[in-house]
Design a binder for this molecule. Sequence first.
Ligand SMILES: [Zn+2]
Length: 78
Amino acid sequence: MKYSSSESSCPLCGGRKEAGRTTYTVDLSFGVVVVRNVPAMRCTQCGEEWIDNATAAELERITNEAKAKGREIEVVAL
Ligand SMILES: [Zn+2]
């Protein structure tokens, strides 16, 4: 998954980007954080995904919260 790109076509393969939802997973030293239902742009051709800055900030907040709780597995839905 990459951070947002303003181009309307995929910079990797030139395919079409489409708005959708994805699942974000981050593996941290203490455990795993899974965030479901994350808004993302997805390439219909190669499947690469992009999230915008606001969503990235939200994911960072969730990750920090999970760290603070120290839970081994944290599953959240946006
Ligand atoms: Zn692509």
